[in-house]
Design a protein around this ligand. Structure first.
Ligand SMILES: O=C(O)CCC(=O)C(=O)O
Length: 255
């Protein structure tokens, strides 16, 4: 599922696109459930969270936190062996799902996410064993807000992050500390996955298209990872039924 070239790209640049991990139909199904679930989230969050509106005036949460806990279809989707096999190739060890989020950018209104490093929040060691797998639920390109990376930034350590003016939920490094000459775009078709190292600088721009841009971000660790932030305390892999969920299904038909 992941070639030697793709592995080398990940090691060199701190990110890589792998197309076709899931089918387009599988992505469509999860995208539709994400919209249903987002209505519940929109009704239970405070105002600061509602950044995005669609043309018809509907308000959408910028993201759904912990989708793993919100719907059985999400659990099955993110623990799929096709995804876990690639993660195992990237770290050399069994991947464990730590936490997850679904980012929603409605047509023409989806807001930007500033440059940041995931491990600024997670504070995990060793950082090489912490990887984000961002699953495209729509075809994603420059227009609707694909991920953008600073290639090689995973080798330069964590930059200080500060609150963005008027956006207390977004912390970002000083733009002067970001080498924009190394910026690369990561367009991907629905069902494809973009993998990034926990210390790779990444961002996404506004959705200026008339299409949705939904992305399911899953954050993975290996068993040796420790954290100073508490992110592991309620990790998905600590749920009672996690082992059962990743167990291979044995067919009883031919017994
Ligand atoms: O989907 C986005 O725009 C942001 C994703 C992100 O920051 C992440 O997956 O770590």
């Amino acid at each position: 599922m992941i070639s030697a070239e793709q592995l080398a790209h990940f090691r060199e640049n701190g990110w890589v696109v792998v197309e076709g991990v899931f089918t387009a139909d599988e992505a469509d199904e999860i995208a539709a459930i994400a919209l249903e679930v987002s209505h519940t989230v929109a009704n239970t969050r405070d105002d600061g969270y509602y950044l995005d509106r669609s043309e018809d005036g509907q308000v959408w949460p910028r993201k759904i936190d912990y989708p793993f806990s919100r719907h059985p279809a999400f659990r099955k989707f993110v623990l799929d062996p096709r995804l876990r096999d690639i993660l195992k190739r990237l770290t050399g060890d069994e991947p464990l799902l730590c936490t997850d989020q679904i980012f929603l950018k409605p047509p023409r209104f989806g807001s930007a996410k500033p440059y940041h490093q995931d491990n600024f929040y997670f504070q995990c060691t060793p950082s090489d064993h912490v990887i984000t797998a961002w699953i495209a639920l729509d075809d994603v390109d420059e227009e609707n807000g694909c991920l953008r990376y600073i290639s090689g930034s995973h080798r330069n350590g964590i930059l200080p992050h500060r609150e963005m003016p008027g956006e207390s939920y977004n912390l970002a490094p000083d733009p002067a500390d970001i080498d924009m000459s190394r910026e690369a775009l990561a367009p991907v078709r629905k069902g494809g996955v973009v993998f990034h190292h926990s210390e790779t600088l990444h961002t996404s721009h506004r959705n200026t298209s008339d299409r949705w841009r939904r992305g399911y971000a899953t954050h993975w660790v290996t068993a040796d990872v420790v954290s100073e932030s508490g992110v592991l305390d309620n990790a998905c892999f600590k749920h009672d039924d996690y082992r059962e969920l990743i167990a291979p299904t044995v067919s009883t038909e031919n017994r």
